[in-house]
Design a protein around this ligand. Structure first.
Ligand code: AHR
Length: 496
């Protein structure tokens, strides 16, 4: 057991609320993320509700998924919404040019997406097409979804089965404009954003949060250009992307399983870069938007490994292990710390793609370690963050890679309880932690996620190799000491 670390929580100093949409999800028309993974169609033998798989939707509901982003990603900038409405057998079949060149039959379109969101009880985030679309196409899509009156588009929506408008909570203008969204320069994108947003005229009670598509990683120039120049039109948030690779080489990212300890550390250390990325961009915003009107969102984050051997590389299939659970918790802890500007994020992606919650094979499914990390952190949705600092936190180092051993977050849940979210990143050593919240504590109860191997995973036939176990620690004389097992995530509620 390594030397003791102390966690000091200012339990009486409320910070910003941790918006539940920090726990948002992303579903793109990519591989089997939507088709097969979630959508099987109403005629399928796989039990479904209006085409959406019962097993998968049921499992996602247990996560309290607050928000779903759709239809992409890169796919969004080639998506034409009119091709996804009306009778499904009449919809055009296109080529999904971004993701494997497979047929896209448009079976899931606007109405099906909102049905998914409504079945999940989630808010809807629609990503508009700036790359190959036009301001008119985006404006008309918004009208189709939100118009109340008798306009032709509102009538068309009714004819297609939806009387009341859909509630569009978020709407983004393009995606990765610096890459697959059009290879633009920031200033050019801002001009196009301004042009398009001028024509977004939704009813006041159904005005989405408008999102400008920002940069990636440590870039700040997109944030700068948008915050400086997108004046006179609504810009409620800038969305940034941050993927975590074990290496820094997109051609050889690193394997999802069977990796050395150095890649365990490099991956988790790279994940923690999210903190610097946020700080760098928030510093820009604090200068250009001191009244803090503009949010800083991550509508794509998560691990990205070499594709599963034998899979279609365009489908972005990867296994999901204990490492991914820790990676998620490390992100959550950082997002909580920046809850003032970071009010929404979406993990990439929900099912079968990249760092997924669920992996399906035909009519079977398995819940990944990432799923369990999301489930454990549910009490942090809409909780009030509390300042938390770690003292004596040792450095965990392997080869040239290093990171702080422990990561921690604290919040007052909606139920009034004080919750801690803790990660011990060390692959071998347990870590002892004393908790000081300025008053006596009797016990801590919650759930612990760990496993024997760094790359432990859940598989068909072996679905419970990485699942949370009940955890309890009693305090002595009001003093709480926890032991965090090696490579673990722990979420506990403290008992006064
Ligand atoms: O999530 C997969 C892809 O990653 C998205 O389509 C794109 O926006 C990003 O490059």
């Amino acid at each position: 057991l390594a030397a003791e670390v102390k966690l000091v929580v200012k339990a009486d100093q409320a910070g910003p609320v941790i918006h539940r949409n920090i726990y948002g999800q992303f579903a793109e028309h990519l591989g089997t993320g939507i088709y097969e993974g979630m959508w099987v169609g109403p005629e399928s033998k796989i039990p479904n509700v209006r085409g959406w798989r019962k097993d998968v939707i049921g499992a996602l509901k247990a996560l309290h998924v607050p928000l779903v982003r759709w239809p992409g990603g890169c796919f969004a900038d080639e998506y034409h919404w009119r091709e996804g409405i009306g009778p499904r057998n009449k919809r055009p079949v296109k080529v999904n040019t971004n993701w494997g060149g497979v047929a896209e039959n448009n079976a899931v379109g606007t109405h099906e997406f909102f049905d998914l969101a409504e079945q999940l009880g989630a808010e809807a985030y629609v990503n508009g097409n700036l790359g190959t679309g036009s301001p008119q196409e985006m404006a008309e899509w918004l009208e189709y979804m939100t118009a109340e009156g008798d306009s032709t588009l509102a009538q068309l929506r009714r004819k297609n089965g939806r009387d009341k408008p859909f509630r569009v909570h978020y709407f983004a203008v393009g995606n990765e404009a610096w890459g697959c969204g059009g290879n633009m320069r920031p200033d050019y994108y801002v001009d196009l954003y301004r042009q398009a947003a001028t024509f977004f005229k939704t009813p006041p009670n159904n005005r989405p949060i408008f999102i400008a598509s920002g940069g990636t990683g440590h870039q700040i120039e997109w944030t700068e250009a948008i915050a400086k120049r997108a004046k006179g039109v609504p810009v409620d948030a800038i969305s940034h992307h941050a993927y975590t690779l074990p290496t820094s080489d997109w051609a050889k990212k690193g394997q999802a399983v069977n990796f050395p300890e150095s890649e365990w550390v490099s991956t988790l250390a790279n994940a923690q870069q999210i903190d610097a990325m946020i700080r760098e961009n928030v510093a820009v915003l604090d200068k250009l938007d001191p009244s803090k009107k503009i949010g800083f969102y991550f509508d794509e984050w998560g691990s990205w490994y070499d594709p599963e051997p034998g899979s279609n590389p365009g489908f972005l299939v990867q296994r999901n292990t204990l490492r991914d659970a820790l990676l998620s918790a490390l992100h959550f802890n950082v997002f909580h710390e920046h809850a003032e500007r970071v009010k929404m994020t979406n993990i990439a992606q929900m099912v079968n793609v990249l760092q997924a919650m669920i992996l399906t094979t035909k009519d079977k499914m398995v819940l990944t370690p990432t799923y369990h990390a999301f489930a454990m952190y549910v009490p942090f949705q809409d909780a009030t963050s509390l300042p938390a600092t770690l003292e004596g936190n040792p450095v965990y180092k392997v080869d040239k890679f290093e990171m702080p051993t422990v990561s921690a977050t604290a919040a007052r849940g909606k139920d009034g309880k004080l919750y801690l979210g803790l990660v011990n990143a060390h692959a071998h050593d347990a870590q002892s932690l004393t908790v000081d919240i300025g008053k006596p504590v009797q016990a801590a109860r919650g759930q612990l996620l760990t496993a024997d191997k760094m790359d432990a995973q859940n598989e068909l036939g072996k679905p419970a190799q990485v699942v949370p176990k009940a955890f309890e620690a009693k305090a002595s004389n009001g003093q709480l000491k926890l032991t965090l097992p090696a490579k673990s995530v722990l979420v506990v509620a403290l008992e006064p």
